[in-house]
Write a protein that binds this ligand. Structure first.
Ligand code: AR6
Length: 167
């Protein structure tokens, strides 16, 4: 059964087994949600990220959450939007690999920001559809594993798009 909550707000304030970071290949911080997560988690997050030696686009790596309410951060790297169909494949891979990693770490709740829809320029509506459909498919394939998933919109527009695709 599909069980995806649509929520709005600042992901750094949210409690879960993991929040997902829309990072870049260096994993050493940046702006947007990445900057907010590092600021709220404190300097130990960057120290742990420095041991990970970056992350390829579409892949995901896990750290502790340090000063965040969330226990862990799953850092994934979305595609920089270029209009190629491989962008969609990469965005799907971000959601899939983050969920697989959370399951491997025995986590049971995860909150995603709208990966790639800010600085990386991915069209919000298509990104919302990819996020929802990929998570729903993963939940179907992993129906024996209880994983609460939420999609966190920061602004009203993204929130309305998520509500539309979930309807
Ligand atoms: N809580 C939830 N969502 C947020 C927050 C927050 N505190 N802040 C921003 N968003 P972006 P990207 C939303 O640009 O497009 C960074 O510099 C925002 O409204 O953070 O994947 C990285 O280091 C948007 O919908 O990530 C990379 O270099 C969504 O998060 C690059 O930006 C994603 O916007 C990644 O770009």
């Amino acid at each position: 059964m599909t069980d995806i909550k649509i929520i709005q707000g600042d992901i750094t304030k949210m409690k879960a087994d993991a929040i997902v970071n829309a990072a870049n290949n260096s994993l050493l911080g940046g702006g947007g949600v990445d900057g907010a997560i590092h600021a709220a988690a404190g300097p130990h997050l960057l120290e742990e990220c420095m041991t990970l030696h970056g992350c390829p686009t579409g892949d995901a790596k896990i750290t502790l959450g340090y000063d965040l309410p969330a226990k862990h951060v799953i850092h994934t790297v979305g595609p920089v939007y270029s209009g190629k169909s491989s962008d969609c494949d990469m965005l799907r891979a971000c959601y899939r690999n983050s969920l697989d990693l959370a399951k491997k770490a025995d986590l049971h709740s995860i909150i995603f920001p709208a990966i790639s829809t800010g600085a990386f320029g991915f069209p919000a509506k298509t990104a919302a559809e990819i996020a929802y459909d990929t998570i729903a498919e993963w939940q179907k394939e992993n129906s024996k594993y209880k994983m609460q998933v939420a999609l966190c919109a920061y602004d009203d527009r993204m929130y309305q798009l998520y509500k539309q695709v979930a309807a």
